[in-house]
Design a protein around this ligand. Structure first.
Ligand code: AMP
Length: 457
């Protein structure tokens, strides 16, 4: 998964992009980059690691220009290396192309093969580079038409920010898988994966880039839009509401906080835990769902798990070893709260079960008498090909075991997952128009030809 941010028409474009990326750090922690465009001059900084660590004042001072694009990356396609860090910057006969991508393309391997057969040389293993090559070949004149031409035949999920010359382009795939918001800051136009990044720079959210739309912004503020036909049924990723986006954001036209609270309330109705002493969340991603559960169940909400804020998202580690180590240092249980109690632990999802198993033993070691786990998304039974890192069915606990077995494996007394219908009815602007392939197995596109090879290449 990734976070993207772009701005046009502001003298401090790069500095504002840097600020915006702070609010998109949760979408990707492996690498970050900023590219600024100053007429013909384009300057880039990319680094492995966190936004807060990697951009010195000296380096930032080199990023002159009124147009900038930034990216935070978590590798879901291509390996975790600096070559794959974005934004991508290439020079070609028509000048330069800058590109930042959130999502996964499902036919990238085939498109890459045919480009290579025609002589293209790839400098990274990221699927996004396919778009850059196709852009460089586009024959149409207007930048938005070039992007439309390049995207023709590309399948899968993309929210994109592209600069061709000084034109800033924002685009979403016709299914609308990943969010992309548009805002205004005085005369400048700002785009961001989530509205929390508009808030941090002081921009006002105006609207979302529509599924299938390409918005082109010139340095003087002139804006054009090219609407490609949206898919007959949208596939906005419901997991953005469940887990990925920040609760202070609005995505797909609705508040993430409201979505998560509604999920928690619904979960409490579907799987009550009578007799429990209190509810607690696995911070931070399930805080809002736990609040909803507490509200609907009438149980008090306690802060029984404390999260170390200096450790990143446990899951956002490309290897299992990295994840295991982080789980151990990330959470502590509060014995004074848990000792002798029957507790409800609310989490937003169970993927591999590794974090959850570790947490349950932590809670028990702190004296909890009974642990009842409630999950605000249904069992994840299939991989995501559209940008969330759940690629391998063999690693998904719910693809291998039923609910009672999972309860035993993770060590809880009872386990309840929200139903698919319950989830879809709880999110704003549902229940239709959401992708739930990882829960339901209903994939709207062909799966990638070789998802594993693509990821590890
Ligand atoms: P596990 O117990 O190993 O299945 O991990 C579940 C935890 O990972 C939950 O606390 C979720 O909040 C978190 N999580 C679920 N899906 C993802 C994802 N795609 N990326 C990052 N973290 C996730």
């Amino acid at each position: 998964m990734c976070g993207i941010f772009g701005i046009s028409g502001h003298p401090s474009a790069a500095a504002l992009t840097h600020l915006g990326l702070y609010s998109l750090q949760h979408r990707g922690q492996e690498s970050a980059g900023i590219v600024a465009v100053d007429g013909e001059q384009v300057r880039a900084i990319r680094a492995m690691g966190l936004v807060s660590d990697k951009f010195s004042a000296e380096a930032m001072a080199t990023l002159i220009g009124t147009v900038a694009i930034g990216h935070t990356r978590y590798s879901t396609a291509g390996s975790s290396t600096i070559d794959n860090a974005q934004p991508k910057l290439v020079h070609f006969r028509g000048g330069h192309i800058v590109l930042a991508h959130n999502g996964n393309l499902t036919n990238a391997a085939e498109l890459k093969d045919s480009l290579e057969a025609e002589g293209s040389i790839f400098s990274s293993s990221a699927d996004s580079e396919v778009i850059v090559h196709r852009l460089a070949k586009a024959r149409t004149a207007a930048p938005e038409a070039q992007l439309a031409e390049a995207l023709e035949g590309i399948e899968g999920a993309y929210s994109l920010l592209v600069a061709i010359g000084e034109t800033l382009l924002a685009a979403r795939d016709p299914y609308g898988w990943r969010p992309l918001a548009m805002g205004r800051l005085n005369g400048a136009t700002v785009f961001a994966s989530e509205t929390c990044a508009l808030d941090i720079v002081g921009a006002v959210a105006v609207r979302e880039v529509a599924p299938g739309e390409i918005v082109a912004v010139e340095p003087d503020g002139t804006t054009r839009t090219l609407q490609r036909p949206p898919a007959p049924v949208l596939h906005r990723c419901v997991f953005e509401h469940v887990y990925f986006a920040r609760p202070d954001s609005r995505v797909f036209g609705g508040s993430v906080d409201r979505a998560r609270r509604a999920l928690g309330r619904r979960l409490a109705r579907e799987h009550p835990a009578p007799g429990a002493d209190f509810v607690f969340s696995v911070p931070d991603s399930s805080n809002s769902a736990a609040l909803g559960f507490a509200e609907a169940s009438g149980l008090p909400l306690e802060l029984a798990l404390i999260r170390n804020h200096y450790v990143g998202r446990t899951f956002i580690q490309p290897t299992q070893q990295g994840r295991d180590e982080k789980v151990k240092v990330k959470y502590n249980a509060v014995r004074e709260i848990l000792e002798g109690k029957s507790v409800v632990m609310v989490d937003d999802s169970i993927v591999r079960g590794t974090t959850t198993r570790g947490l349950v033993s932590l809670i028990r070691a702190a004296g909890a008498r009974e642990v009842h786990m409630r999950v605000s998304s249904p069992p994840i039974t299939g991989p995501c090909y559209y940008g969330i890192d759940t690629p391998d069915r063999a690693q998904l606990i719910a693809a291998q075991h039923d609910v009672s077995e999972i309860a035993r494996l993770i060590g809880v007394d009872t386990l309840g997952y929200i139903s698919l219908d319950g989830m879809l009815q709880s999110v704003p602007n549902g229940p239709d128009g959401f992708c739930h392939a990882c829960f339901s197995g209903s994939y709207p596109t062909r799966p990638p030809a070789a998802p594993v090879q693509l990821r590890r290449s």
